[in-house]
Design a protein around this ligand. Structure first.
Ligand SMILES: Nc1ncnc2c1ncn2[C@@H]1O[C@H](COP(=O)(O)OP(=O)(O)OP(=O)(O)O)[C@@H](O)[C@H]1O
Ligand SMILES: N[C@@H](Cc1ccc(O)cc1)C(=O)O
Length: 469
């Protein structure tokens, strides 16, 4: 008899509020309340949408997550991330939050960096074969991804602890088991368990076979590797649940079938659906790896996003989210839920320091705060005014407003530049300066941190770092 499995897709944000009975399979409804609590809470937040398989399971999924069912607790759940780029993005964050929710409920979770799979390239959800990545590039990306995953897990642990005893968070890399694998041995041992008809029937394969470009053997083989990963994690760590976006359904099914052929113990999976359609477009990807992304960009994006994302991207209890929404109805201009969303996500991604820094940037940018500007480091200022040009100038005695603007190449030479100042188009440190001959004063035009922020017109910023002060 086929072993039980589960698929849980997250609800897309465009589908409306999830209703429990509509989302969860029959088994869950008869489960006892504790179990119901964990999956129901996740579904109520809109994190998961569907289960795989839906029927014919020997053990119902809820038992798998039940603290009180002996032998079943804790479970190990994994999700894979291919290092095809050197940054995590918001789609990954969603997958990670899925893992974090299980971790918070006491289960052990594995974030798998797919250094081996990234070399092949997952064809799922793609219309064209991706550019092949060489081993060095994948290695660099994998290091960056691992750092990002570990940083997020550490922020989660330090800043979102709720006093319960959590499961472990482990980062693994599938190159660890493929490096040692001999190709012929692998094909001989594994290949026979995969049937061509089944592999060919996967939607991701079908779509690519019909495309003008077709599909390479390398890409076709991808699902075998992901299936084997699942098997390996099942054998080695007892991992019975895999989490993935809806594009991962075919790969997860292959893993499920493969494990069942080799081992007929109960097997389960969870799946999550992609909920941010724009994330797949390269232009719209919001990079979140801590060391080379723009915190302000992240905070602004979350301010602009729908309130629904509070449920998806934060750990705030639902009643608290309802309360924030009530506040929003009374005073929408305060944008309370959006600000809270931005700060919760920034805290998770960048830690408390990152959040404080993003708040200083917001103060300096939107509230023209000189105090905030004064305590900002060069790095923060550069990040804040990413579009701004940055120059280092020597402060000669008697340097005036006109000299400063010219040396920073902020105004044109000649009378036109001069007039831009007299006509009020120039400000230094958020204060308008209309006299081109005014000599710069430390403490007014030059901040305590040795910086000046020059603004020309409405949005052209120039940061000047004064040397030899
Ligand atoms: N926008 C998204 N919404 C929800 N889940 C996502 C999103 N983007 C990726 N995921 C999920 O995150 C996990 C890791 O994805 P993966 O590393 O393959 O990223 P990707 O964006 O699909 O990039 P690529 O295919 O170019 O490597 C997968 O389970 C994937 O389905
Ligand atoms: N195929 C997944 C990443 C992944 C890699 C290896 C796995 O074992 C699982 C998942 C994706 O592209 O989104």
């Amino acid at each position: 008899m086929a072993a039980p499995m589960l698929r849980l897709f997250s609800r897309g944000w465009w589908f409306g509020a999830p209703s429990l009975s509509g989302v969860l399979p029959l088994g869950l409804r008869k489960a006892h309340s504790d179990v119901r609590g964990l999956l129901a809470a996740q579904s109520a937040r809109g994190l998961f949408k569907d289960f795989f398989p839906e029927r014919g399971t020997k053990i119902e999924l809820p038992e798998l997550f039940d603290r009180r069912t002996s032998g079943n607790f804790p479970q190990t759940i994994y999700c894979g991330f291919d290092p095809t780029a050197d940054s995590l993005h918001v789609g990954h964050l969603l997958a990670l939050l899925g893992l974090f929710h299980f971790q918070r409920a006491g289960h052990n979770v594995i974030a798998l960096v797919g250094s081996a799979t990234a070399r092949l390239g997952d064809p799922s959800g793609r219309t064209k074969e991706r550019e092949a990545l060489d081993a060095e590039r994948v290695k660099g990306n994998a290091r960056a991804l691992r750092r990002g995953l570990e940083a997020l897990a550490a922020n989660h642990q330090q800043l979102f602890n709720d006093g319960r005893s959590w499961g472990s968070f482990t980062v693994l890399d599938n190159s660890a088991w493929y490096q040692k694998q001999h190709l012929v041995d692998f094909l001989a041992a594994v290949g026979g368990h995969f049937r061509m008809g089944t592999l060919l029937s996967r939607l991701s394969v079908q779509a690519r076979l019909k495309s003008p470009e077709g599909m390479s053997l390398t890409e076709f083989f991808y699902q075998v590797l992901q299936a084997y990963d699942f098997y390996h994690l099942f054998q080695r760590y007892g991992c019975r649940v895999q989490l993935g976006g809806s594009d991962q359904l075919g790969n997860i099914m292959s893993g499920y079938e493969f494990i069942n052929k080799l081992d007929n113990r109960a097997e389960y999976k969870l799946m999550r659906k992609q909920i941010i359609p724009t994330t797949k477009s390269e232009k719209n990807v919001i990079l979140i790896v801590p060391y080379h992304h723009n915190r302000l960009e992240l905070i602004n994006t979350f301010i602009a996003l729908s309130q629904r994302y509070l449920k998806l991207f934060t750990f705030l209890p639902l009643p608290e989210i309802d309360h924030l929404m009530q506040l929003h109805i009374k005073e929408p201009e305060k944008r309370v839920p959006q600000k809270r969303l931005a700060s919760e996500v920034t805290k998770l991604v960048h830690g408390q320091d990152g959040l404080d820094s993003a708040k200083r940037c917001t103060q300096a940018l939107y509230h023209n705060s000189i105090d905030a500007l004064e305590v900002m480091s060069d790095q923060e200022l550069k990040e804040l005014f990413r579009e701004a040009s940055f120059s280092e100038l020597v402060l000669d005695p008697g340097t005036n407003v006109l000299d400063t603007c010219r040396k920073a190449n902020a105004i044109p030479d000649g009378p036109r530049g001069y007039r831009m100042i007299t006509e009020g188009g120039v400000s230094i440190n958020h204060r308008q300066v209309t006299n081109p001959e005014s000599v710069l004063v430390v403490g007014q035009h030059i901040l305590k941190n040795g910086l000046s922020l020059l603004k020309i017109g409405k949005r052209n910023f120039y940061i000047i770092k004064w040397l030899q002060l």
